[in-house]
Design a protein around this ligand. Structure first.
Ligand code: XIL
Length: 342
């Protein structure tokens, strides 16, 4: 009896385990990431445990952005970003840098900056190169420029667009000079269903290739909803992958209550709709050639942490793979079963 038990434990159990992986990350051919908040990593042990066990890539949700790392013209503050890097290094996880240049979360001193083109260029270059040099060898890649195009494909007006001609290309060059090994991404949202925006991004990539501007990846944020069109998602993924660049679904969440209906109930029908959208997204990513798969990153971990609840004040939103208590939701479990290789 005892011997049989030993036999079972040694030979059968590991096999069963291999057929029944516990973690979604283990059935994927690419890194699964989450954005995180350092205060939550400090204060909530379940959050910390989930971040470390469920994901193999980490993005700082806010703490590598301009407003946080460069609070005054003559002062950088890397403390919180460094905490995230240490958390990841201790667990051999990849860190993705987000984001060097954006029109949002810009410190007041930058908004108030006065100077000619050269002064603006020097200011942005110093920012990019100081941050990229600080994290050199610690991050695998950077969202160099975030959200530069409007939905109609025109350049978004911003302090950068207003003061620095060709600022996107220059930003990539400066980032590359500071960290030549980093994989450099252009990151944006809403390419699906916004053909002009997609076209503008693809034109930019062609132009950068012609001019030898170092760009290596496209981040598709994927802040989508159950109403997003599968065909549109598949099309933008195909078109983005056709550039040959690495592809990152960089900020995935799938809203179930996009109109913020106060009476919304996250019932079985809503969960089914969300599941089929998650399946569409993961399957579309699996169609990207493996060498181009940088990974899928969800925008935070549990539904309770989602920016859709906090930033957009939509309390009845359930966009992620884990619930408020960090239990894997049914969408997580079915994704794991459906995506594992048989
Ligand atoms: C959001 C964060 O989730 C919020 O906590 C913050 O208040 C605002 O920014 N696109 C991006 C992310 O590239 O940086 C944004 O993150 C969400 C939209």
């Amino acid at each position: 009896m005892k011997l049989r038990y030993v036999f079972f434990c040694l030979l059968v159990l590991p096999h069963l385990h291999a057929q029944n992986p516990r973690f979604l990350k283990d059935v994927l051919s690419f890194p699964l990431g989450a954005s995180v908040n350092p205060r939550m990593l400090d204060e909530n042990m379940t959050y910390r445990e989930r971040a470390g066990s469920e994901f193999n890539s980490i993005t700082a949700e806010n703490h590598m952005k301009m407003v946080n790392v460069h609070p005054a013209a003559d002062r950088f503050d890397f403390d919180k970003g460094d905490e995230i890097v240490r958390f990841a290094q201790n667990r051999k996880m990849r860190v993705h840098g987000h984001t060097l240049v954006w029109h949002n979360q810009v410190p007041t001193w930058m908004k108030d900056f006065q100077g000619d083109t050269k002064a603006w260029e020097d200011m942005l270059k110093l920012h990019i190169q100081t941050v990229a040099a600080h994290y050199q060898g610690k991050v695998a890649g950077w969202d160099v420029v975030n959200e530069s195009f409007l939905d109609d494909g025109t350049l978004r007006p911003s302090i950068w667009a207003d003061h620095i001609p060709d600022y996107i290309a220059k930003s990539f060059q400066w980032a590359h000079e500071a960290d030549p090994k980093a994989i450099l991404f252009y990151n944006d949202y809403g390419q699906d269903g916004k053909p002009k925006k997609m076209e503008a991004i693809l034109n930019m990539v062609q132009d950068f290739k012609r001019r030898n501007i170092p760009i290596h990846g496209l981040g598709l944020q994927m802040h989508i909803s159950v109403q997003s069109s599968n065909a549109a998602i598949e099309e933008v993924v195909r078109k983005s992958a056709a550039t040959g660049l690495k592809i990152h679904f960089s900020e995935l969440d799938i809203a179930v209550n996009p109109k913020n209906n106060p009476d919304f109930v996250y019932d079985d029908a809503a969960k089914d709709e969300q599941l089929s959208k998650y399946l569409c997204v993961f399957k579309a990513f699996q169609e990207v050639p493996v060498a181009q798969q940088y990974g899928i990153t969800t925008w935070n971990i549990g539904d309770g942490d989602s920016w859709l609840r906090g930033y957009f004040k939509r309390p009845k939103e359930y966009p992620l793979l884990f619930d408020e208590a960090y239990r894997p939701k049914s969408v997580y479990r079915i994704l794991l079963q459906s995506l594992k290789k048989i």
